[in-house]
Design a protein around this ligand. Structure first.
Ligand code: NAD
Length: 330
């Protein structure tokens, strides 16, 4: 007879515990390792499911994968409920990560995914900054000033010695969100118009735009862009001509060309799939990345399930280490 109960504990880490456990550094480390494992074919993402469920205007779906190196198997389930804040006092993005034992298929952990999503997304753009931005980058620009933008800027400021933050947002009344992050880091902040982005050495875009706002002539030679907002078919933040001029990198090529920023440049025949490279190859040293100080580099960050699994697995370890994990028989 098989013992159906033995070792059936599930570790639960609720959303309320995440802030006290996870750090930006730990998220960066987990995401950098994950991108490296993806590029050496030790980890792969499953196709993304994302559906308009016809209820509460919600978009719901799953992102999952398996990382052989980290022995991480699972999925993030969740999505976007646009009326949550106004109707229920909850944030609009809601998600939970489920981890499974790759040897047996048993569920191992259930982890709040909301803060982790912001941390892993900020980690992704900062991994691209570390590996692709010029070492002498001094001015960072933010395009976008919503929920994710604050995390993006906070993390990026830890990965280069920036001395100034500039920002543009379609809704200028939101700019104080990122101005505050700059001031907390002791840096000056200046609101600019779109041509003013030419001053930047690094540009992060993190908006929910469906049309290009950053055009090719808004970007100076030598700039690194981390385009983080486009994660769905139809979304767009930058001019496709910019991808044609740039060296293009991404987390996951299949996602970049279908739901990422590259979808538009590919559709217009400006680049091909072969022009889009995995950031993990640069981390592993199998792709040179930036070749000259004049190159424009562009990271198309679409957000992969393996990022979620990596940060969730780290949180479970930290929760167990610190004795705050809840174990439930299952
Ligand atoms: P938010 O609602 O808090 O902020 C939205 C931002 O987009 C604001 O700056 C707003 O002014 C701007 N904006 C809205 N409509 C616009 C338009 N038409 N043109 C230009 N700017 C516009 O959202 P958030 O939580 O900060 O998320 C921002 C984006 O990042 C979303 O598109 C979200 O899906 C995406 N996202 C991506 C990943 C990833 O892994 N790549 C992860 C999380 C979120």
């Amino acid at each position: 007879m098989f013992d159906t109960v033995k070792n059936a504990g599930v570790t639960i880490v609720p959303e309320s515990e995440i802030a006290g456990l996870m750090t930006r550094e730990a998220a960066f480390d987990a995401v950098e390792k994950t991108f490296a494992a993806m590029a050496s074919d030790d980890a792969y993402n499953f196709p993304v499911v994302r559906e308009a469920i016809g209820h509460a205007d919600a978009l719901y779906g799953f992102k999952g994968g398996f990382d052989r190196t980290g022995q991480t198997l699972g999925l993030k389930a969740g999505g976007y409920w646009p009326n949550n804040l106004d109707t229920h006092g909850l944030i609009n993005h809601q998600s939970t990560v489920f981890l499974f034992d790759p040897d047996t298929g048993r569920v191992k952990a259930m982890v709040g995914g909301n803060l982790l999503t912001a941390l892993r997304t900020a980690a992704a753009s900062s991994v691209s900054i570390r590996h692709l931005a010029r070492k002498d980058a001094k001015v960072i620009a933010m395009v976008g000033a919503g929920h994710q933008a604050r995390f993006q800027l906070q993390t990026a400021l830890e990965h280069r010695d920036f001395d100034k933050v500039i920002g543009w947002n379609l809704h200028p009344e939101m700019l104080p969100n990122i101005e505050q992050v700059a001031r907390d880091a002791g840096l000056p902040f200046q609101a600019v118009d779109l041509p003013g982005l030419r001053e930047a050495d690094v540009i992060i875009t993190i908006t929910s735009s469906f049309a290009a706002t950053v055009m090719a002539d808004h970007v100076s030679p030598g700039t690194h862009l981390a385009c983080m907002g486009t994660d769905t078919a139809g979304k767009q933040e930058v001019d496709p001509n910019l991808l044609a001029k740039a060296r293009v990198f991404t987390d996951e090529v299949a996602q970049s060309v279908s739901i990422g920023e590259a979808q538009h440049a590919i559709a217009q025949g400006l680049i091909t799939t072969a022009d889009v490279h995995q950031i993990g190859a640069v981390i592993n040293g199998t792709h040179p990345g930036r070749a000259t100080d004049d190159d424009i580099t562009l990271f198309d960050g679409t957000g992969v399930g393996l990022q979620d699994l990596a940060v969730a697995a780290r949180v479970v370890e930290l929760a167990v280490e610190k004795g705050v994990a809840t174990q439930v028989d299952f």
